[in-house]
Design a protein around this ligand. Structure first.
Ligand SMILES: [Zn+2]
Length: 81
């Protein structure tokens, strides 16, 4: 079983937005882009235990960079700005 059991986009289409997490603008670590598509993933128990995060909610929030496709993963829900 993989770390990410289910992956889905929150919205249809290719609309992208800027997001904040912990009141800070999310930027792509790879290309520096600030436009992201939002999705979510269910993390399976094996992956969470491996990361010693089995105390957290099993849903993670994903932001997919519109520029390069890098996926950023957050346990806190990103705020759209
Ligand atoms: Zn990028």
């Amino acid at each position: 079983m993989g770390f990410i059991e289910e992956f889905k986009h929150a919205y249809a289409g290719d609309e992208t937005h800027h997001y904040h997490v912990a009141r800070k603008q999310v930027t792509c670590l790879h290309c520096g882009g600030e436009d992201f598509d939002r999705g979510s993933a269910l993390l399976n128990t094996t992956g969470l235990t491996f990361l010693r995060l089995d105390w957290v909610n099993r849903e993670a929030h994903l932001l997919i960079c519109a520029g390069c496709g890098e996926i950023r993963l957050f346990l806190e829900k990103p705020d759209r700005v």
